[in-house]
Ligand binder design. Structure first.
Ligand code: PHE
Length: 456
C-alpha cells in the first residue's frame, strides 16, 4: 500500500506520470459504486449526448459533447447551475448525474468548471501562462496560436483514442478519470485537443486549460489543475536542408525550444533530459532542472506519433508536443506552499500577485492550527483511496488538507482494516471544534453509506 501510495503521489505530483505509466487497468482494483462496464464501442463524438437544439455555440473546438445546451430543453435552470464556457452553455445536471452509474462527477467538481483561473491576469497561473506566451512570441514571432477557452468536457475519443491511449490504460479507469457518461469525460490533459487542432490545419499552437483527475489529497494534489500544451508542426522543406530526418530534426528543435523556455522561467539553471514513455509521442522525454537543491521535472514532451498526424489527413509532416503543469511550476516560482491556495479568493492571497510579475514570493499570511481526525473501517474489494478522498472533499471542501493511510492490517479471517488520518485546516481562518466534529460525523456517515465499508 505504501508503494502504491508513493506511486500515486508521484504520478500527480508530476504532470506526466499519469500517462508515462504503462500499467493497464487490470492491475488496479476498480470497483466504484458507480462503475459501468468499459464500453467505448460507440465512437460518436458525444453528439447524442444531448438531443436538443444548441443554445449558443461560438467556439469551434471541443464542444462536440456540449454543443447542445440543456437549458432550452428544460426551461428555466437556476442561474448558479448554468455555466458558459467557450460560448457553450452547460447546465449542472448535464454534468452531475447522481443516479447514473456511468457518471462519477460530484457537485464539488462541477463547482470548478468554468472558473478558468488561468485566464485571470493577476493570478499566479495567469501570470505564468502569459510569461510562457511571451517566450514563444519573442522567439517565434507571430507563429504560435493560443487557445485558452476550449471546453473541458470532451469525448472519450478526444481524450484517449485520438492520442493513442491504449484501451486498457489505467488512466481510462473510473477510479482515475471523471466520466460524464461512458462516451464523455472531463479532459484529464490538454492533449485531448491535439488531434482536432491538427485536423483543422493548425501548425503552431499553445492550449491552456483546466484538467481533471481523481486523486488522493495532500498539499500538492487537487482534482482540478491546469496544463499548457505546446505543439509545432514541420514540413519536409524544414528538414530537407539538414542532415537529419524529420524525427531527429523535430527532436532537436523541441529540446532547443524547451531549454530556452526553462531558462526564460527559471534563469540559468542546470538541465537534463530523461527518456520516458507517453502513448502519443515517440521518442518521449521529460525535462528536469536543478532548482533549489533538487531535480525538478518541468514538463513531458516528445515527437508526435505519426498515427496521430496521419489521422489528420497529412502524411508528410512531423511535429513535437509538450505538456506542462502550471500549478507545479507556479508553486516553485512563487513559493506557494499549498495547492488549495490557487483557489482562494482571500484578498491576502490574491492581492500579492500582479500581471507581469513572475516569481514574486508569496508571503504566508497565517498558519492556522491543523485538526486531526482518524477513522478506521473494514474495506471491501472495491475500496479505493480516490473514492474515499472524493467523499471527504465533497463534504469538507478546501478545509481538508490531507488524507493519509496511517494503519493497514489484515486479520485472520482475511478482513482488511484501514485507518485514515484526515487533516483539517483552513488557510483563511481558525476552525472550531464543533465545526470539525460536525464535518467528521458527516464524513463517517457518507463513507459508510457510499463506500459500503464497515466502520470500526
Ligand atoms: N499529456 C501529457 C500529460 O498530461 C503531457 C504531454 C503532452 C506529454 C504532450 C508529451 C506530449 O501527462
Amino acid at each position: 500500500m505504501l508503494i502504491q501510495r508513493a506511486l500515486s503521489r508521484a504520478r500527480v505530483l508530476s504532470t506526466s506520470r499519469y500517462f508515462s505509466s504503462l500499467s493497464s487497468i487490470q492491475m488496479q482494483t476498480i470497483n466504484l459504486p458507480k462503475s459501468p462496464p468499459f464500453s467505448f464501442s460507440s465512437n460518436n463524438h458525444g453528439c447524442n449526448f444531448l438531443k436538443s437544439k444548441p443554445s449558443s455555440v461560438s467556439s469551434p473546438y471541443s464542444t462536440a459533447a456540449f454543443s447542445l445546451g440543456k437549458s432550452s430543453r428544460k426551461g428555466v435552470v437556476p442561474l448558479a447551475a448554468l455555466l458558459q464556457i467557450g460560448g457553450v452553455q452547460i447546465a449542472k445536471d448535464d454534468v452531475v448525474k447522481e443516479n447514473d452509474p456511468t457518471n462519477n462527477v460530484p457537485d464539488s467538481i462541477f463547482a470548478k468548471l468554468g472558473m478558468q483561473l488561468h485566464r485571470r491576469e493577476n493570478h499566479p497561473l495567469g501570470i505564468l501562462k502569459k510569461t510562457i506566451y511571451d517566450y514563444f512570441d519573442v522567439n517565434f514571432p507571430g507563429k504560435f496560436e493560443k487557445f485558452d477557452d476550449l471546453c473541458p468536457i470532451v469525448t472519450v475519443k478526444q481524450n484517449f483514442d485520438d492520442v493513442l491511449v491504449p484501451p486498457d490504460h489505467v488512466s481510462r479507469s473510473y477510479n482515475d478519470t471523471y466520466y460524464v457518461n461512458s462516451d464523455t469525460v472531463l479532459r484529464c490533459h490538454t492533449s485531448a485537443h491535439q488531434a482536432e487542432l491538427f485536423r483543422n490545419g493548425h501548425t503552431h499552437f499553445l492550449v491552456t486549460g483546466d484538467v481533471y483527475r481523481r486523486d488522493s489529497i495532500d498539499g500538492t494534489h487537487y482534482p482540478v489543475f491546469h496544463q499548457m500544451e505546446g505543439v509545432r508542426v514541420f514540413s519536409p522543406e524544414d528538414w530537407s536542408g539538414s542532415d537529419m530526418d524529420g524525427t531527429e530534426y523535430a527532436a532537436a528543435d523541441l529540446k532547443r525550444s524547451l531549454e530556452g523556455l526553462a531558462k526564460h522561467l527559471f534563469g540559468a539553471v542546470e538541465m537534463r533530459w530523461v527518456d520516458t514513455y507517453f502513448p502519443f509521442t515517440n521518442p518521449s522525454y521529460e525535462l528536469e532542472i536543478f532548482f533549489q537543491g533538487k531535480w525538478l521535472e518541468v514538463l513531458g514532451c516528445g515527437v508526435t506519433e505519426q498515427a496521430i498526424l496521419h489521422a489528420s489527413g497529412r502524411t508528410d509532416i512531423v511535429a513535437w508536443a509538450f505538456g506542462l503543469g502550471l500549478e507545479r511550476l507556479a508553486m516553485v516560482l512563487f513559493d506557494i506552499p499549498d495547492i488549495r491556495l490557487f483557489w482562494s479568493s482571500d484578498e491576502r492571497f490574491t492581492s500579492q500577485f500582479s500581471e507581469g510579475k513572475l516569481g514574486v514570493k508569496f508571503k504566508p499570511f497565517s498558519k492556522f492550527p491543523p485538526c486531526y481526525k482518524d477513522m478506521s473501517f473494514w474495506i471491501n474489494d472495491g475500496f479505493t483511496e480516490n473514492n474515499l478522498c472524493e467523499i471527504v472533499r465533497g463534504i469538507a471542501g478546501d478545509l481538508v488538507e490531507e488524507v493519509t493511510l496511517i494503519d493497514n492490517f489484515t486479520n485472520k479471517k482475511g478482513m482488511t482494516s484501514h485507518c485514515y488520518r484526515i487533516t483539517y485546516r483552513s488557510m483563511e481562518r481558525s476552525l472550531t471544534d464543533d465545526e470539525i466534529n460536525e464535518l467528521q460525523e458527516q464524513v463517517r456517515e457518507a463513507v459508510q453509506n457510499k463506500l459500503n465499508v464497515v466502520l470500526r
